[in-house]
Design a protein around this ligand. Structure first.
Ligand SMILES: [Zn+2]
Length: 339
């Protein structure tokens, strides 16, 4: 398995880059979009995949570029990003994109215990169900790293592990032309690795779609039975057991309930982030889940054991979290729900 360097960038840097490139991307996308009426798929299907989203600065541009080219794609959001960007998960779904699982917060899963791997995958399934109303059938391991623990956790959740045939290296800050050139090697059934956040990827899309069309290749989805690109069914798998409107991040006023209470106290604040201290009463064996609002994210935490947005005791009944305010500059104090 290829071990691909895959740096995760600072959110603030990504947003700055995204904002400056937005208008150029839109103009280019509309000017270069292939005609929607001339789809000739006689050479087959290619799956364009976009990992690590949703991203406040770029996801809508990605969707617009795909729509302008009458194309579809597969997205692999992390559970954490899904939970923090529920409206963009709805945008993915409304655009007809196939949604897969990409772990909760992008760890090296091959270094994790079986229980942690299981948690990373199952919590992400739940977050995607709660935000987009669909149940993923495919899983892309972060960095493409798999082992028997990862494979069995995935299959236990009905997920097929999918890596890629072509790595565009778009996470390595390569140019739009280099990304376009990499995709031009794709053939029928192949899966192409790209990401939701690089602006060069979005700028490359109109040309990529034009190239595919000129080769009579269409964009498709990934078959959960074969792992290969096939024609999109056009009908996203809807999970009837979940209510897509149930989104904990959209209900920031929910207080702590049950046998314990987590009291949130806002602390020091900086330009792009702020601290919150949570003090738990009523129970010593507690578990507190925090709910950052749309766009906010956790930078770091201390004083408790952390698993994604859930905290458990590490010697005291209080812990602290530093939150990024995110693209919407939200300094609202996230609720902590104790269980
Ligand atoms: Zn990734």
């Amino acid at each position: 398995m290829t071990l691909t360097p895959h740096p995760r960038r600072q959110r603030s840097l990504r947003m700055l880059a995204g904002l400056t490139a937005t208008s150029a991307v839109l103009a280019g996308g509309l000017a270069l979009a292939p005609s929607a009426s001339a789809a000739d798929c006689s050479s087959g299907y290619v799956a364009l995949t976009f990992d690590d989203g949703p991203t406040a600065a770029t996801t809508n541009q990605l969707i617009n570029a795909l729509r302008a080219g009458n194309a579809t794609a597969t997205v692999f959001p992390t559970g954490q990003n899904a939970q923090n960007n529920a409206s963009l998960m709805q945008a993915y779904k409304n655009a007809g994109l196939q949604i897969g699982n990409h772990s909760w917060d992008h760890p090296h899963l091959i270094q994790q215990s079986a229980a942690n791997v299981q948690s990373q995958l199952s919590r992400t399934q739940t977050a995607i169900q709660n935000t987009a109303g669909v149940t993923p059938k495919i899983f892309r391991p972060p960095y493409g790293e798999t082992n028997s623990t990862v494979n069995s956790a995935a299959s236990g959740l009905g997920l097929r592990v999918v890596t890629w045939d072509i790595d565009t290296q778009d996470y390595n800050n390569v140019s739009s032309q280099q990304i376009r050139s990499a995709v031009s090697r794709a053939s029928n059934g192949q899966v192409v690795l790209m990401h939701d956040w690089p602006t060069n990827t979005i700028q490359a899309l109109p040309g990529i779609l034009q190239d595919l069309q000129s080769r009579n290749l269409c964009t498709g989805h990934i078959s959960a039975s074969t792992g290969r690109a096939v024609a999109a069914s056009g009908t996203p798998t809807t999970n009837p057991t979940t209510n897509p409107t149930t989104n904990p991040t959209a209900n920031p006023t929910t207080p702590s309930t049950g046998s314990c209470t987590a009291t949130a106290t806002k602390g020091q604040e900086w330009g792009d982030r702020f601290n919150v201290t949570y003090t738990v009463t009523g129970k010593s064996n507690w578990s507190v889940t925090v709910y950052p609002s749309n766009g906010q994210s956790i930078q770091s935490a201390w004083g408790a054991n952390r698993n994604g947005n859930t905290f458990t005791p590490n010697g005291s009944n209080s812990f602290g979290v530093t939150y990024y305010k995110g693209s919407n500059n939200v300094n609202w104090t996230p609720t902590g729900v104790c269980a």
